[in-house]
Design a protein around this ligand. Structure first.
Ligand SMILES: C[S@@+](CC[C@H](N)C(=O)[O-])C[C@H]1O[C@@H](n2cnc3c(N)ncnc32)[C@H](O)[C@@H]1O
Length: 300
């Protein structure tokens, strides 16, 4: 019995048990707290990393958006600028076209007014001295061109025009390429001379008698002349006077150079029977009022 009793383990006091239990709990608590702390630290680091990354992403997205916006704004500004330039260019072009149209209209109106004034001036001169003026209106552009066509602008020497009036043939000669300073204009009427000096300031205008051409040109011509272009009303003069004019002119002209004359008459205004020169009739200019024909005379 006593053996039985002595073999029984001695009873552990409850206080010891409690201490052991408490110590174990404390130990477990510490381990749990340490694990929780580690987990917390790891989670916090991860979250911080994620936050950093999110911030970086956001920053780069904002930068990209800002750059895109800037590019968009620059493109829009470029488009606005180019549109403005295009519109300004178009506006300038339209303005220039309008100016040109206005200038053309003005010039047409001026031409029409000048033509009308020339007609009136011509008619006045014709009323005052019909035989000298020889026509009631200036030659039309077709006749003037046909006269000028027989003048070679390349041939050296002066070009002498007889009876230029208000200048339609003179204008055609200049348009043909005869330099204005090569022109000598012999006109009887003082008003026409004043007008010619205004219209052809570089030409030489001589107020004088074309039938005395050699005398009128004295001191003004030093070489053979390239052409004589005459609108004189020859038919108001005697055949002898007409022939005299041609002979004087041919003596002043270079070899093969033309004496050009228009006439409303059907036949040559210079009597042909005398000979000593070539005479060549041109086609009749029906558009002129009255219709006229150009004759060209050269030395034989
Ligand atoms: C028929 S008009 C021609 C005018 C102009 N060439 C034309 O074709 O319209 C004749 C011109 O010759 C001029 N004239 C007439 N006799 C003249 C003369 N003896 N000397 C110079 N000019 C003269 C007149 O004053 C007039 O201007």
């Amino acid at each position: 019995m006593p053996d039985l009793i002595s073999r029984r383990r001695p009873a552990v006091p409850i206080a010891v048990k409690a201490r052991v239990f408490r110590d174990r709990l404390e130990e477990e608590f510490k381990v749990t707290v340490a694990r929780a702390r580690r987990q917390f630290a790891a989670t916090r680091g991860k979250l911080r990393q994620e936050a950093r990354e999110a911030r970086e992403r956001l920053k780069s997205e904002i930068e990209q958006a800002t750059a895109d916006l800037k590019t968009g704004v620059a493109r829009a500004a470029g488009r606005v600028k180019s549109t403005r330039h295009r519109l300004e260019g178009e506006a300038r072009l339209t303005a220039a076209k309008m100016k040109l149209r206005v200038a053309k209209a003005k010039s047409k109106a001026k031409q029409a007014a000048d033509k009308l004034e020339d007609e009136a001036r011509f008619l006045r001169t014709w009323i005052e001295s019909p035989l000298k003026t020889g026509a009631v209106s200036p030659s039309g552009p077709d006749l003037a061109r046909e006269m000028a066509r027989h003048v070679d602008p390349q041939m050296p020497g002066l070009v002498v025009e007889l009876g230029p009036g208000t200048g339609p043939v003179t204008e055609a000669l200049v348009a043909r390429g005869v330099a204005e300073q090569r022109l000598v204009l012999i006109e009887y009427d003082s008003d026409f001379c004043r007008l010619l000096r205004e219209r052809f300031p570089r030409a030489t205008v001589l107020q004088g008698d074309a039938y005395a051409i050699a005398e009128t040109l004295r001191g003004h011509v030093h070489d053979r002349i390239a052409a004589v272009v005459s609108s004189l009303p020859l038919m108001t003069k005697s055949p002898r006077e007409r022939l005299g004019l041609l002979r004087q002119s041919l003596a002043l002209l270079a070899e093969r150079a033309p004496f050009v004359q228009f006439t409303y008459a059907a036949a040559s205004p210079i009597p042909l029977r005398e000979g000593g020169f070539y005479a060549e009739p041109g086609r009749r200019i029906w558009k002129n009022i009255p219709p006229a024909r150009v004759w060209v005379y050269r030395q034989a």
